[in-house]
Design a protein around this ligand. Sequence first.
Ligand SMILES: [Zn+2]
Length: 192
Amino acid sequence: MFNLQTCAQPTCNTYICGDGPFCFRHSPNKNELHANCVTSLLGVKDILDLSLTGAEFEDLSIPKKEFTSSNMAWCTFRNVDFSECTFITSFFDFCLFDTCTFNGITSRYSIFSGSKMLNCDFSGSSITHTNFVGIDTLHCNFSDCDLYYSNFGTSFLRDTDFIDCNLKKADFAHTNQRRVSFRYSNYEEAHH
Ligand SMILES: [Zn+2]
């Protein structure tokens, strides 16, 4: 698991980045930490116990890899391709994903809650036991996905497709939906 120690800056409760003692935002060597993170993202090795929050990433094509027990909450991702990656117990809560691709991903016990997603494509993925509570989507595609036990409760969904998905035990309670399609999906087996 990533380090749960909080930032040395008084009044900052954010988890430390790397070896600490500061979070990414308060680190004196932000550029170096960011560059190292981009190198890791673009490298062939899996990502384990990484913690870097509140950073911005743009125009990256991440090769197939596994993110495990990592924390990238509050980050902004623009035009980032995560296709074929695996996410296990990893945290992407309160992020902004703009024009990102997640085709054919595998996600288990991971957190995307509170994130804003614009023009994102998750189609053809296995996304189970994953937390999307309170997300805000516009022009997103979750079609052809296994969403077993994933939770979209209280989300604000606009122009978003869930076509031909497995929604058994998925949760769409208290969602606000406009132009959302569940065609060919078992929406009746989801909690809503
Ligand atoms: Zn801090």
